[in-house]
Design a protein around this ligand. Structure first.
Ligand code: AMP
Length: 491
């Protein structure tokens, strides 16, 4: 009896809470209600962002959505809130080894981040979430899927393997999201994405979100969507006006000294430095360390644990300088990054938009500085074409001599000589990538793959902590090496 009265009181309090939340939150007007509305307020989402205002109502009405919005503008909640709301409304029980919603993301770090947002918002809803990605052992992932999950966030390669081996079925998946959709539909991911889409329920509701959407990719996207609503919160490929962008002209050999000079100013907060290649990222990091800075590095040759650890350190403020390839360009949300430095121009102009979108997030100010060697000028022009603005050159060092080579310095490779970054390596169970194969817009194609990892399991979310991946036999490692020499796909 006493227990009954307590329970009643709790329900009354919850209701009181919900009513007061509904008054202040614009999300109620969009159709989000109950515990989910309270959860949105709890995580600090009181007023919907433009992309959320545009995308949530049609999604709740059951429409497919193509969402275009600047990076850092709240795309994750724009699909997470209506999906959770729709799953709650289903009211049905989970079926073992199935997932009701599937979110596909191009990088593991982004998948981890999306799953965190879902998990936070789902608190109190009795919905379960799971993460499937390469680079960690699959045992824990299979176990997690055994009872069935409501929301599965995954990178494509590992999920294809789990589906093939019947560890999970997507036959009951009625909500599908491709985040960073243009990347997901680029040739590197397309075969796996097609396989996964085909495995989902025929009557699924699909949504695609991205900050950039080249026309060829949009045509492909059209095949996945049924009578979609296209919502655009800002002209695509535009960069947030809060980001002050500039170019510093400097020869490659001068860039090290210029960067060190910039970073000597301790007032510069968390800085994310992008290099074009994995090798380049390592060289920049080593040189920073020789110049007296402490920096972490993240790229596709690092184990998943090392990648996540570097990112976590950057997020919690213990790492001030993070050097990265384009693996960290998309979607990664680290509040408070004051500066993004492009040590090299990216090979794909769209990557510039994603890279600098790591700063100036959620309305904050940010500074993006691009160091441009004269040999990179054509890439700079391509960037300016897609962002539809001229970038101001605020300094030029071209009339100054190159610095004398440092005794132990390994010079950065000449433009075009480095191997471009790729997040994914070839899957041994699939045919090898053919060098020179091209994707849409003539971009090189690659193939997704799982990486081994596992030296610091505490760097990963709890649900991924299980046995470290078995060491790859030498023969496979050698084959991977061959692939790496051949492949040239970006992260
Ligand atoms: P996203 O583009 O989804 O990575 O979100 C960028 C940032 O905006 C993240 O730090 C979110 O937590 C934050 N954010 C998203 N929606 C809202 C909202 N409605 N109110 C306040 N912050 C938000």
């Amino acid at each position: 009896m006493r227990r009954k009265r307590c329970r009643k009181k709790i329900i009354l309090n919850e209701n009181k809470n919900l009513n007061s939340t509904a008054e202040v939150s614009g999300f109620a007007e969009l159709g989000i209600s109950g515990v989910l509305l309270a959860a949105a307020t709890r995580v600090g989402f009181e007023h919907p962002k433009p992309i959320q205002t545009l995308a949530i109502p049609p999604y709740l009405a059951g429409r497919d959505v193509l969402g275009l919005a600047q990076t850092g503008s709240g795309k994750t909640a724009a699909f997470a809130l209506p999906i959770l709301s729709r799953i709650v409304a289903l009211g049905t029980k989970r079926i073992p080894r199935t997932a009701r919603a599937l979110i596909l993301a191009p990088t593991r770090e982004l998948a981890v981040q999306i799953e965190e947002v879902f998990r936070e918002l789902a608190k109190g809803l009795h919905l379960s979430t799971a993460l499937v990605l390469g680079g960690v052992s699959r045992g824990g992932q299979v176990k997690r899927l055994h009872m069935g999950v409501d929301v599965l966030v995954a990178t494509p390669g590992r999920l294809v393997d789990l589906v093939r081996e019947k560890d999970v079925s997507l036959a009951e998946t009625r909500f599908l999201v491709l985040d960073e959709a243009d990347r997901m539909l680029d040739m590197g991911f397309l075969p796996d994405v097609k396989r996964l889409v085909k495995a989902t329920h025929r009557d699924r509701q699909t949504s695609l979100f991205s900050a950039t959407m080249p026309a060829e990719i949009e045509a492909l996207a059209g095949n996945l969507l049924k009578d979609p609503v296209r919502v655009e919160a800002a002209p695509q490929s535009t960069t947030a006006s809060e980001i002050a962008q500039s170019v510093v002209m400097a020869r490659t050999r001068q860039k090290r000294g210029i960067l060190a000079g910039m970073l000597a100013d301790q007032a510069i907060g968390p800085v994310l430095i992008f290099a074009r290649t994995k090798h380049g990222a390592d060289v920049v990091t080593r040189n920073l360390e020789r110049d007296g800075f402490s920096a972490a590095v993240i790229h596709g040759n690092k184990s998943q644990n090392a990648r996540q650890r570097a990112l976590n350190g950057f997020r919690d403020g213990s790492v001030r300088i993070l050097v990265a390839t384009d693996i960290a360009a998309r979607g990664i949300d680290v509040p408070g990054i004051t500066h993004v430095v492009n040590y090299d121009l990216p090979d794909e102009a769209e990557s510039y938009v994603h890279r600098i979108g790591r700063t100036g997030r959620n309305g904050a100010d940010g500074i993006a500085i691009t160091l441009c060697d004269p040999a990179e000028t054509s890439k700079l022009r391509q960037v300016e074409r897609i962002i539809r603005m001229r970038l101001p050159v605020t300094a030029s060092h071209l009339d100054q001599p190159d610095p004398a080579p440092q005794p132990r310095e390994k010079p950065a490779r000449a433009e075009g000589a480095g191997q471009r970054e790729q997040d994914h390596r070839p899957n041994r169970s699939r045919p090898a990538h053919k060098p020179g194969r091209k994707g849409p817009h003539g971009k090189p194609a690659g193939r997704p793959h799982e990486e081994s990892g596992g030296e610091n399991r505490h760097a990963l979310p709890r649900q991924l902590m299980d046995k470290p991946a078995a060491k790859k036999p030498f023969r496979n490692r050698k084959r991977r090496g061959n692939f790496r020499r051949q492949a040239s796909n970006a992260a």
